[in-house]
Design a protein around this ligand. Structure first.
Ligand code: SF4
Length: 227
């Protein structure tokens, strides 16, 4: 019964022997445990990943990590969203803005986070693959009826920027701005200091800084962040 009904085929049944559990594909749904007529299955705990929080620069980070070889990132995403919702419910004034940073692609975790967002910012690159991925995610955003504006990352890559921006314009895809390949952005990332932090010593006239400034200004024009 359990092997027949297990959605993820996590129980292997060979006639005249006990079912063999394959824990790497078990989703933890507990169906086998509930339907077993002889209570032969006991619930147990299995660690598939971790969630934790960290704070820096007046920003709280809710982080999730999946154990290597585990495929069910949705469990971690749901746990993180639950943690976040709990904080927002108990202290609604705590955050002005919540940024949900998703993995690349258009899979169900991404769909769930887009669904919970007011505004969506797909980040792309000026390559053929980047364009195809962007068009796919826009299809999903449109299906979920959300507002979006894109950011073109590593825009100076391969000298393809102007052509790429023109293609986006032809498809009526609005952008918040583009971020060129820039040494200072790499330094900011490696040092763990936000490029636009007041006390940072990054060059305010540099191409990287300017690109972030433009994106920031366009963001303020686009969204009502005063609520
Ligand atoms: S808990 Fe669910 S997924 Fe795991 S073995 Fe039982 S029925 Fe299959």
């Amino acid at each position: 019964m359990c092997a027949e009904n297990c959605e993820t085929h996590a129980l292997l049944y060979i006639k005249d022997s006990y079912p063999i559990p394959i824990s790497t594909v078990c989703s933890g749904c507990k169906l086998c445990y509930k339907i077993c007529p002889t209570d032969a299955i006991e619930p147990d705990l299995k660690v598939i990943g971790w969630t934790y929080t960290a704070s820096a620069f007046n920003i709280d980070l809710f982080l999730g990590e999946l154990k290597p070889a585990e495929a069910r990132s949705a469990v971690i995403v749901n746990k993180l969203m639950g943690n976040l919702e709990r904080v927002i419910k108990t202290k609604p004034e705590k955050y002005d803005i919540v940024i949900l940073d998703t993995a690349p692609g258009a899979h169900c975790d991404v769909e769930e986070l887009i669904n919970g967002a007011d505004l969506v910012i797909p980040v792309t690159e000026p390559t053929r693959f980047g364009k195809l991925d962007l068009l796919r995610i826009i299809e999903l955003i449109d299906l979920l009826k959300k507002e979006y504006k894109a950011i073109v990352n590593r825009s100076s890559l391969l000298g393809y920027k102007e052509k790429f921006l023109k293609e986006l314009e032809e498809k009526s895809i609005e952008i918040l701005g583009d971020i060129p390949l820039d040494e200072e952005i790499v330094s900011s990332y490696c040092q763990g200091i936000p490029l636009m932090d007041e006390k940072s010593k990054f060059d305010r006239d540099g191409a990287g800084y300017k690109s972030f400034e433009i994106i920031f200004e366009n963001l303020l024009k686009w969204g009502d962040f005063s609520k």
